[in-house]
Each structure stands twice: as C-alpha cells, then as structure tokens.
Design a protein around this ligand. Structure first.
Ligand SMILES: Cc1cc2nc3c(=O)[nH]c(=O)nc-3n(C[C@H](O)[C@H](O)[C@H](O)COP(=O)(O)OP(=O)(O)OC[C@H]3O[C@@H](n4cnc5c(N)ncnc54)[C@H](O)[C@@H]3O)c2cc1C
Length: 443
C-alpha cells in the first residue's frame, strides 16, 4: 500500500531544484548553509516575503521540504522557532523585530522554546500567574513554567506573563521574547518514560526582558498567543506539514553551526563523496502504515482480519489528513477558510498515534514488551529479535500519550470546535469581566 502524493506544482519544483543545484555546497558550515536557505525564503516558505518567506501554502511548503530531502541537502532549521515563534512574530511583530528574531530563526542561528504552560495553567492557559513588573525600559519576570520542550537547547523563549492582574483574565497577559542565557532563568530537565528528557521545568527568578522584546502590545498577549497556538495545531496536526526536515538542531547551544554541512547530508552525492560507499537504495514508502504492513506480513499477523482492518484504517486516516490539507488549500486559494480545520487535524493526529501504538503492539505480540533506550541497547535488541523496527514500535507506544496532550488536549480541541466552528455557547463564568486578581484560584 503506498500513499498517493499530490501532483507537485511544476514551476515550484523546477525553481527549488535549480536553486539547490546552484546553492548546495557540502563544504559550507551548517551556519553558512542555513544562511543561504533562510535568506532565500526556503526555510519557512509559508511566511510572507517581508518575513524571510515566500508566501507559499502549507502543502507547497511540504513539496519544498520533500525536494530538499530528495536532493540530499540538509533541511530547514526545524524546531519551535520555525514552527511557532517565526509565524507569530511575522504576524504581530514590527519589521525591526522580524529582522532581529525571524531572520535568526530561519537561518538557524537561534533556537526557541515555548514558555506557556505552568503547574496551574495548562488547558486553562489564560490562568497563568507568572508575573512581569515594569522597571524602566525593562520587565522583571518571576514565576515557574513547565513542560518546556527543548528548553535545554533554546536561546530564546516565547514567554507569556501576567502584566496586569487587575485586568480580566485574558487581557492582562503579554507575549515576550525572553533571553534564556541569563542568571534569572534556571532549567531542570524532566525525564519521560521514553527515556528522554525532552521537556524541562523553568524557574524565572528576577529574569529581565527589555520592553523592545514585547511582541504585539502590552496586555494584548492573549491574541498573540492564539496565533502561536493556531500554528502549533496546524503544524502538528495530520497533514499539517510542519516546518521542514529536522536533521540538525539549530541554535548556539546544540553545537552544530560550525560543523561541515556535508557531514549531515542525506546522500553520498550531496555529502560530496567522490565514490558512493553504498548503492543508492530504491525509494520505498517508509510511512508508519507501510512499515507496519511489512512487519505484519513478515510475522504472519497480516492473516488476522482485525489487524488487516486496522492497517487499512491507519492508511485511511493518513489519507484523510492529506485530503483535508488539500481541501483547506483549495478553499483558501478561493478566498475562503474552513473554521476548526487545525483542531480537526490535531484530533485526527491523536487518533493516528493511538492506532499506531495499539496496532504496532498487537503485531509485535510478546516482543512488544522489549524496548531499547540507548543506541547500544537497540543494537542488542535488533540482533536478538532480528527486527530493526521493534524499537520504533515500542518507542511510538511509549510516546503516543504525548500528542493527545501537547498543543491543547483532545478535549480542548473539541471545546474549540464546538464554540468557534459550530457556534455552541461558551461555558458561563465570570472570566471575561472580573479582574484576574479577584478570580478564585487553585490552591
Ligand atoms: C510532550 C509534551 C510537550 C509539551 N511541550 C510544551 C512546551 O514546549 N511548552 C509549553 O508551554 N507547554 C508544553 N506542554 C504542555 C501542554 O500544553 C499541556 O500539558 C496541555 O495544555 C494540558 O495541560 P495540563 O497538562 O496542565 O493538563 P490539565 O489542563 O490539567 O488537564 C487535565 C485533563 O483535564 C481535561 N480538561 C481540562 N480542562 C478542560 C475543559 N475545559 N473541558 C474538558 N476537559 C478539560 C484535559 O483535557 C485533560 O484530560 C507539553 C506537553 C506535552 C505532553
């Protein structure tokens, strides 16, 4: 079973291929390559031209990523900067802020993290209590953030802080670009059941941000945050198309910027090797559905009708995501929109990962109880089981709990679809008229 791909726009494909032929040089450093890619508008092609993009649709940007991958070149400096901060600043920032922050994101110079969630403010994000107090041209920040993905490699954070507790809940919040390299910012990694420590607790203790780092207006950060969240849902959802190929970590902390870019290339030719060591393999479908189908055929579980049914269901969910993406593209091209599509895509992605988890473990059978946490363990597991995909299946099973939570839980996506797309009444409450300082809080 293979995925039918959308016919690419010939002009676009021609343009990016020609550009790659002229611009790729494996002997550049990673920083030099990303400078070329970003300034040419290929790192974040969905951004407008004044924000280092090309104003392309999300599905056209997927074509761009695919072409860069097929060429063998290193893709865009993907991460939360490209996915969330860049489109937010492109929408609400001044041209000066775009030239400062977005430029450094699309060229991979700076990596970002998202300082939104707090111990008492996740789904109810507007209930955040991290506070910012004005001090001349600066703001002093105190509070705690949690679940900060990739905070350990971030140069800057998208910080939401309460700047006026006497305003109602949603109106006294401001969106800041916060320097993570300062004494007032302390990170503590949180280890997950996957074995990784992707996210962190962040303690802000008299941290400082200049007023020039406010994106949008003071006390109007909720609108800005909604742009960030909309991009998160659209980028993470089924058929969303993300922000490029994540092969090398951007920013000053990860330590990749000075390395030779050819060493990260995807093919011997792009790496600048005179003689390819191995023959280029025939291109094959490596989608999770295709891997699981191959695995089920190999161990005989494909004869189980319920497994066959779920394999087809997985394939269909993937196709529905793609069709929804195409439908949105066509609707937007005609000047319209489909309200709630980003939320529907994210919900669909949750269903896909849950199905991948359950199906993968059913196909693996008792072997599904084995997992490798390190490359050494993976080598032993591969040898013992003769199955190189087992660690991916168990890894997916351990991680599958995360997507239905991050970027807004499934329940919250349904609330938004109900209220904003279907026009159902909002939950009644005093939130919109009472000063935040007078609202009841969790103990
Ligand atoms: C892998 C991962 C990465 C993350 N990365 C980041 C990050 O980089 N930066 C960041 O700021 N945050 C991050 N988060 C945090 C994430 O945004 C929150 O976990 C999420 O918003 C849910 O908040 P919570 O965990 O406080 O759960 P709660 O809000 O306490 O929710 C608990 C349960 O109650 C349900 N619930 C809550 N309110 C309602 C309601 N009104 N109606 C119906 N049901 C409701 C929820 O659906 C959930 O099932 C990450 C989370 C994960 C899992």
């Amino acid at each position: 079973m293979t995925t039918t791909e959308a016919p690419p726009s010939t002009d676009l494909v021609e343009e990016i291929r020609t550009w790659l032929e002229e611009s790729w040089d494996p002997d550049l450093t990673v920083a030099e390559w990303w400078e070329r890619l970003g300034v040419a508008g290929w790192s974040a092609p969905t951004l407008p031209e004044n924000a280092y993009g090309r104003g392309l649709s999300r599905s056209d940007s997927v074509i761009v990523s695919r072409e860069i991958g097929a060429f063998g070149a290193v893709g865009a400096p993907a991460g939360l900067g490209l996915l969330l901060a860049a489109p937010t600043i492109a929408t609400h920032g001044t041209q000066e802020q775009i030239d400062t922050y977005v430029r450094d994101i699309v060229t991979g110079q700076q990596a970002w993290c998202q300082l939104f969630s707090e111990p008492g403010a996740g789904s109810d994000l507007a209930g955040l209590t991290c506070k910012a107090i004005e001090d001349g041209d600066e703001w002093i920040i105190n509070g705690q953030k949690v679940w900060t993905s990739l905070g350990n490699t971030a140069d800057l954070g998208m910080l939401l802080a309460r700047t006026d507790p006497d305003d109602p809940k949603h109106t006294g919040i401001t969106w800041f670009a916060c320097d993570m390299h300062q004494p007032g910012v302390e990170l503590r990694p949180l280890r997950e059941m996957t074995g990784h420590a992707m996210f962190n607790e962040v303690f802000l203790d008299d941290a400082r941000v200049p007023s020039s780092a406010i994106i949008g207006e003071k006390n109007k950060g909720w609108t800005v945050a909604n742009t960030t969240l909309a991009n998160e849902r659209a980028g993470l959802g089924a058929g969303g198309g993300g922000g490029g190929l994540a092969m090398v970590t951007p920013g000053t902390i990860a330590g990749s910027l000075d390395k030779r870019v050819g060493d990260f290339a995807r093919t011997p030719k792009a790496a600048g090797e005179a003689k390819p060591k191995k023959k280029d393999k025939k291109k094959s479908d490596q989608s999770t559905a295709a891997i699981l189908i191959g695995y089920a055929k190999g161990n005989g579980t494909s004869t189980d009708p319920t497994i066959r049914q779920d394999l087809v269901r997985l394939h269909i969910l993937g196709e529905l995501g793609r069709f929804n993406g195409e439908r949105l593209k066509a609707t937007r091209a005609a000047g319209g929109d489909i309200p709630g599509m980003a939320n529907i895509s994210k919900l669909s992605m949750s269903n896909i990962v849950r199905l991948q988890r359950d199906l993968g473990l059913r196909i693996a059978g008792p072997q599904g109880m084995l997992h490798a946490y390190t490359p050494e363990q993976k080598a032993s597991l591969d040898k013992a089981t003769g199955n190189p995909f087992l660690a991916m299946i168990t890894g997916t099973a351990l991680y599958a709990q995360a997507p239905p939570i991050y970027g807004g839980t499934d329940q919250i996506q349904r609330n938004i679809i109900g209220e904003r797309a279907l026009g159902l009444p909002k939950e009644p409450g005093p939130d919109s008229s009472t000063p935040f300082s007078q609202l009841p809080k969790n103990a």
